[in-house]
Design a protein around this ligand. Structure first.
Ligand SMILES: [Fe+2]
Length: 146
């Protein structure tokens, strides 16, 4: 399989794990700015659920099969699940920032591998993700400066 498709399936796996992780944090967050962080996390995983569907259907449109089992998502994701336990908002924000950084690096890899094989649909699609994650990283880095 082409490198760009392999990268898209890895990215799909990261997004699946990230969505479960963000919802876990939405439930388990404690401490400073609870209300803001609790609702922001919901906004994040809602967006990621939409991205999951977009990426999976993009893989199908390219004529390939998206991964579809939790087992495959876990084994192909660099982002690791969170434990099901309470977590302080400051610690959570650091981890979420690292994870969005992982997603950002993943979409850079997709952009490069897509352009290498003149897959301009993937390259164009991924531009939105580059902008989205770099904006989130800017905001998350501002929050974690305190
Ligand atoms: Fe909720």
């Amino acid at each position: 399989m082409e490198e760009n498709i392999i990268n898209l399936n890895k990215f799909l796996s990261e997004l699946e794990i990230m969505s479960v992780k963000l919802q876990n944090y939405h439930w388990n967050v404690q401490g400073h700015n609870f209300f803001i962080i609790h609702s922001k996390l919901e906004e994040f995983y809602d967006e990621i659920r939409e991205q999951i569907d977009e990426i999976a259907e993009h893989i199908l449109a390219k004529g390939y099969e998206p991964l579809g089992t939790m087992k495959d998502f876990i084994s192909n994701s660099e982002i690791v699940e969170a434990k099901n336990e309470k977590i302080k908002s400051e610690e959570l924000l650091k981890i979420v920032t690292q994870d969005f950084n992982t997603l950002y690096k993943k979409v850079v890899e997709i952009k490069k591998s897509a352009e290498k094989v003149e897959d301009y649909e993937t390259s164009a699609l991924i531009d939105d993700y580059l902008r989205d994650y770099s904006k989130k990283l800017w905001m998350l880095n501002e929050v974690t400066k305190n």
